[in-house]
Write a protein that binds this ligand. Sequence first.
Ligand code: NAP
Length: 311
Amino acid sequence: MPNILFAARPERWTHYEPHLREALAEANLSHANLTTEANPAEVDYIIYAPNGDVQDFTPFTRLKAVLNLWAGVEDVVGNETLTVPLARMVDYGLTEGMVDWVVGHTLRHHLGMDAHIHGQDGTWRAGIVPPLARNRTVAILGLGALGTACATALAGLNFRVTGWSRSPKNIPGVQTAHGPDGLQKILKSAEIVTLLLPDTPATENTLNAETLALMPQGAVILNPGRGPLIDDDALLAALDSGQISHATLDTFRIEPLPKEHPFWAHPKVTVTPHIASETRADSAARVIIDNIRRGEAGEPFLHLVDRDLGY
Ligand code: NAP
């Protein structure tokens, strides 16, 4: 009988418990012991969130895997007390939520909606028509679970979609590139860029003074990825010079974004409070329990993090 410790924040327990129990029953694992308190030496699996109480895995001597409820693992991947497999969250709820956010904010900027929402002053401004999506190049940096789904959705709307990743990719309807040269190539034509990279040492400041300058003047940035992907000072300078016309930011180096941070009051920045996409308890519970079922059946875990790459 596997012992499963739910170690995300206590207030998440009431939300997750019924879905986890339902998923356990579906996986014929109703006999498993699912709990929020356990003797660490008897725990087989930890359902984890980096902002929960468990930071030292040393006492968990018979642990088989740590199953993260979040897609991002930057706060746990370097934990040296964690020596068992670490899986991250890949879930259709998380993916669909991100597609909605990225498509919505892309269309806002593509259509120039702000001019009408904020410019209703009695002036009939006819004649300013947005280009068709087929004539707009949008780039996705990071072509993993989320980036690929967003790129595919935008291609489905007829945008010219380009994308960048670490390794080569073949995604129908998306022109892809990889590696440092690939980034330069993608940014040169990118009118709206969405960052869906993980936060690792290799991705920090992917957008900096040099790379921002490669983009067409007036380009737009969407960052639902992670704050450290962008050099904040370089972004502010690029916004002030007009090189970048707008940045819609969902993630920040410090969260909550401090009240005094210049992003809050900047007329060319939209702040959303890390809500681009949430893990959904009903679907995420099934992903977690499926991995526990796999562990119990001796099958390989899904969505494993590469500890060396950091994602
Ligand atoms: P993923 O499946 O691991 O995909 C990551 C992508 O980034 C992959 O395509 C990877 O390339 C690429 N990449 C990694 N390092 C790179 C590098 N050095 N150079 C170029 N490309 C690199 O991750 P995901 O599930 O799509 O999630 C992406 C990120 O979204 C998460 O890490 C998290 O930070 C963020 N997120 C935010 C929210 C929110 O609400 N704001 C919600 C969920 C997730 P390869 O394909 O070649 O490996």
